[in-house]
Design a protein around this ligand. Sequence first.
Ligand SMILES: [Zn+2]
Length: 167
Amino acid sequence: MDDLTTLEVVIGRYEKKIQAAREEIAKRQGPSLEEMITTGRRSSPEEAVQAECRAIAARHPYMELQVNHSFEAAHRLPGHTGKCKRLHGHSYRVRVMLKGLVREDGMVIDFGHVKDVLDQLDHQYLNDFMYRPTAENTAKWLLERIPLAVAVHVWEGLGGGSVVARV
Ligand SMILES: [Zn+2]
């Protein structure tokens, strides 16, 4: 089961429990689930949902992770007036910020999945992967492909500037 499927299952459990409680409440023609929550008058189905949601949340806390990695790649920026118009290479450093629920296996995501995406660019000519491979476009390319990523920070070598792309 991949990471996103697992998250959908976790979220689906909440939705199923809440839907089941809603159906039970509707059968009894009493106050709705929302009314029970806002008035504080709780019945057993609603309390069961709350307890289940708390238990799931305790088992699957929401966490922020950071993965640092580097790769070597060549690029050129056609039309650029500076020296970056010529073919050259960088030792790229990348920091990926991810957010998600901790799964049953104790991980939010296997770091290997993140590195697999970063490794796609390792020892490559970045112009084969994107139009004008600036640091900004490289960060955007990675952000679009790494599951659960919320920000990607890219450094071109040690001395240059860096960019951060966020969703
Ligand atoms: Zn460059």
